[in-house]
Ligand binder design. Structure first.
Ligand code: PMP
Length: 335
């Protein structure tokens, strides 16, 4: 048995503290407990196995992916076990922790500017160009049908084996999770959790992409509809601010013992809103916790006690400063 067998079959935990006063339980699938640390282990394995089955990959081939980090880490795991090389293109906005981890685990990382999809320097365009120029295999999570399919065949059925959800809530990066789970659970109300600043929610509601704004949550939202995202499956949207996402992530750490990343906060914040609209007789609201908090150690939101205001950090850390150092000096010594 290889470590790849440990992907999936994650626990579905009830958020007992966060859900205490809600009419229905919120259940969250612990995708951060996958061996590569995120939900993307599932698609990394599925995409590589699909390519192998189609004889599209020769032994020792180089894989290339445009990634917010997690798909790259999943692919690094699969590449190590199956003997492939890996190149990742990643927008500069993504946390340094993910880049450092990718490089440590054997990938070559190409950082691209935070450019819109129409720009040649956008991370997806750079990956496509490098694949063509160097003959790399483009794993292509945004267009590869193996991405939603693995969620339809594993994530969704794993949820159904435990409960019959009234609603499923998730953010969309590629849309693989939302699309696949929605196909597997057609009876559930499907709710998109979208960061404020993303244009996906506007597209669902109006059929047109809205105004693009900056936001800090990583891995979800966007300014174009990925081809694997079947927007017709979405019944409703919830727009969540960075502040609410990060505050909810911190509640997950401190009240539930779930050490998850920012997009888990977005998902759960939206799930809370959805659960409030349910009747007591309805089934639980289900969501996913896509990755773990340690991917974001370098990000101010994950380092401070109060979220987005780094000026409060020294107050939180100074008590533990060594050698009698105080304030910012003490904090610097701890870094
Ligand atoms: N959260 C995080 C942290 C992610 O990296 C991703 C994938 N980019 C998602 C959520 C969304 O998953 P999907 O691509 O299946 O929509």
């Amino acid at each position: 048995m290889s470590v790849l067998e440990a992907i999936g079959r994650t626990h579905l935990v009830e958020l007992t503290a966060i859900g205490r006063d809600l009419p229905v339980p919120i259940l969250a699938k612990c995708e951060h407990l996958n061996p590569g640390g995120s939900i993307k282990d599932r698609i990394a394995r599925a995409i590589v196995e699909d390519a192998e089955a189609r004889s599209a990959l020769s032994p020792g081939a180089t894989l290339i992916e445009a990634t917010a980090g997690n798909t790259g880490l999943g692919l690094a795991l699969v590449a190590a076990v199956r003997g492939y090389r890996l190149v990742c293109t990643m927008p500069a906005k993504m946390s340094a922790d993910k880049r450092i981890a990718l490089e440590a685990l054997g990938a070559r990382v190409v950082i691209t500017p935070n450019a819109p999809p129409s720009h040649p320097d956008n991370f997806r365009n750079v990956a496509r160009r490098m694949a063509e120029e160097h003959g790399y295999f483009l794993t292509d999570q945004f267009n590869n049908p193996a991405n939603p399919r693995v969620h339809e065949l594993t994530t969704g059925p794993e949820i159904l084996a435990v409960v019959r959800p009234s609603a499923f809530v998730a953010g969309v990066g590629t849309g693989g999770t939302l699309t696949g789970v929605a196909r597997a659970i057609p009876s559930a109300r499907i709710v998109l959790a979208d960061p404020i600043g993303s244009q996906l929610a506007d597209f669902i509601e109006t059929g047109a992409l809205g105004g693009d704004g900056p936001y800090l949550v990583e891995g979800i939202g966007g300014s174009e509809i990925p081809s694997v995202f079947d927007t017709k499956l979405v019944h409703a949207v919830e727009r969540i601010s960075d502040e609410e996402s990060f505050a909810t992530a911190r509640r997950l750490w401190r009240e539930e013992g779930l050490f998850v990343g920012g997009s888990a906060g977005t998902n759960v914040a939206a799930a809370i809103r959805v659960a409030r609209t349910m009747r007591r007789s309805d089934g639980p609201v289900v969501t996913v916790l896509p990755d773990g908090w340690d991917r974001y150690r370098a990000q101010p939101w994950a380092r401070t006690t109060n979220g987005l205001d780094p000026s409060r950090a020294p107050q939180a850390f100074v008590r533990f400063a060594p050698h009698g150092l105080e304030g910012d000096e003490g904090v610097a010594a701890l870094r």
